[in-house]
Every structure is written in structure tokens, then in C-alpha cells.
Design a binder for this molecule. Structure first.
Ligand SMILES: Cc1ncc(CO)c(N)n1
Length: 251
């Protein structure tokens, strides 16, 4: 009897160990599913949060935003988007030169089509808010960000690195403005169109597709290129924080 009981306990112990091994295998699989970019967003969560939950964005979401801050942001962002167009075009050129996968080109082209509407939207929105776009001078944070974009256009910068920056730039705006459209947000009615411009679900889905394309390239990239891409992601997040800072009055 005692011998049989010991055998049963041994079998139960074996089953338990196999169960634990199975669970650890499936949890490690979950880690693989995260993807390189989501792993970096998790690793640098405080900087990502600083870029996507900035006080300027919080003030839009809770309805307390100073409208002169908003006007300043609008005038500066129009300048940024005009510098972003050639950067996006340079990512498209790198995609055509460096990848065999034509779906990257289609995803990037999709983003560029939106940029065309965006330039027209800034003109309309500026006249709604009495902002004379032609009179706006780029402030220091904007000059710095635009020159960073220009540096990424160099042929020395790998497609995978530029694609990661492209994703980060778009994803910060999508995440920030979607936050202002969430249930319970108190965003002013007259600011909802701006938030919707980047916060809408279609743009959100496009950003996810862009993230998948970037992850695919990052997975197959060398360690050196992955390191450069991570550094560029962090730099974009820092520049986004400085851009929001610049928009607040008196800075
Ligand atoms: C500063 C800045 N970052 C990202 C975007 C997204 O297009 C934008 N319009 N402006």
C-alpha cells in the first residue's frame, strides 16, 4: 500500500512539473508575440508615457487647454508636417531600394496620401482659429526636430532605422489624440476635429500595420541596426516631448 501511494505521489509530481514546463513554454511564446517595438515601448515606458500623456495632451483631454497654447501648437505643427513630407518620401525611396516586400511600399504610400489631406486641413483649421500660417516662425524645438528628420533622410541611414522613426512619429500622435477621444474625456467640442485627425481608428489600424512592417524588418536586422533603431525611437520620443513643451504658453 505504502509503495503504491509513493508511486502515485511521484506521478502527481511528474504531472505538476510537466504542467509547469508547458506553462513556462507558452508564456515564453507570449514574449515572442510582443514584437520588437512593443518590447521597446515596455522597456522605455516612462519616456513613451511622457510623449503620449504630456500635460498639453492632458489639458486637451480635461478641457482646460489654454487656447493660445493650442494655436501655437497648430502653427508649429504645420511647419513640422511640411518637413515630415520629404522625410516620409525618403522612407518610401529606402523601401523601394532596400526591401523585396512591396507591401511596405503600399503601407508607406497610404501614410503619404493622408499627408496630402493634412496640409489642406492645417490651412482650414488655421483660418478657423485665426492663425496666419505664413507668419509663423519655427521655434527652437521645432527647428531641432525638423533637422533630425532631415538627418534621417541621408542614404547612410538604413531603411529599418528610418521606418522605426516613421512609426514612432505617427504612433505618438495617434496614441495622444486617441486618448483625448476616449469615453470620459472632456475635450472641447471645437478641438474634437483636431483630435479625430490622428486619434481615429483607421489611422490607429494603419499605425499597427506600420508597426508590423517595422517589426518584421527589426527581427531580421543585425544587432547593430537594431541598436540604431532603438536609439532613433528614443530620440523621437524625446523630441515629441520637447514639441509638446514648446506648444505651452511662455516656454
Ligand atoms: C510633432 C509631430 N509629430 C508627429 C506628427 C504626426 O504626423 C505630427 N503631425 N507632428
Amino acid at each position: 500500500m505504502l509503495h503504491e501511494r509513493e508511486e502515485e505521489e511521484e506521478e502527481e509530481e511528474m504531472d505538476k512539473q510537466q504542467q509547469q514546463q508547458q506553462e513556462s513554454r507558452s508564456s515564453s511564446n507570449k514574449k515572442v508575440d510582443l514584437g520588437v517595438i512593443a518590447t521597446w515601448v515596455k522597456k522605455h515606458a516612462s519616456l513613451y508615457e511622457a510623449a503620449t500623456r504630456h500635460p498639453f495632451i492632458e489639458s486637451i483631454r480635461n478641457g482646460t487647454v489654454d487656447l493660445s497654447s493650442f494655436r501655437r501648437w497648430l502653427g508649429q505643427d504645420n511647419i513640422f508636417v511640411r518637413a515630415f513630407v520629404p522625410f516620409a518620401a525618403s522612407v518610401l525611396v529606402k523601401a523601394c531600394n532596400e526591401t523585396d516586400d512591396s507591401s511596405d511600399m503600399e503601407v508607406i504610400l497610404g501614410g503619404m496620401a493622408a499627408l496630402n489631406d493634412e496640409l489642406a486641413w492645417f490651412k482650414k483649421e488655421a483660418s478657423k482659429w485665426g492663425v496666419t500660417l505664413s507668419a509663423i516662425v519655427p521655434l527652437a524645438a521645432n527647428v531641432g526636430y525638423c533637422s533630425f528628420l532631415k538627418s534621417l533622410m541621408s542614404s547612410e541611414v538604413e531603411y529599418t532605422v528610418a521606418l522605426t522613426a516613421f512609426w514612432a512619429i505617427e504612433a505618438v500622435y495617434q496614441d495622444s489624440f486617441a486618448y483625448c477621444l476616449e469615453e470620459g474625456a472632456e475635450t472641447l467640442e471645437e478641438l474634437k476635429e483636431t483630435c479625430y485627425r490622428w486619434g481615429n481608428d483607421d489611422f490607429g489600424e494603419w499605425c499597427c500595420t506600420l508597426e508590423e512592417r517595422a517589426n518584421r524588418r527589426l527581427q531580421m536586422a543585425s544587432e547593430d541596426v537594431r541598436k540604431k533603431a532603438e536609439a532613433v525611437l528614443l530620440r523621437v520620443l524625446e523630441l515629441e516631448v520637447e514639441f509638446w513643451d514648446m506648444s505651452r504658453v511662455g516656454i
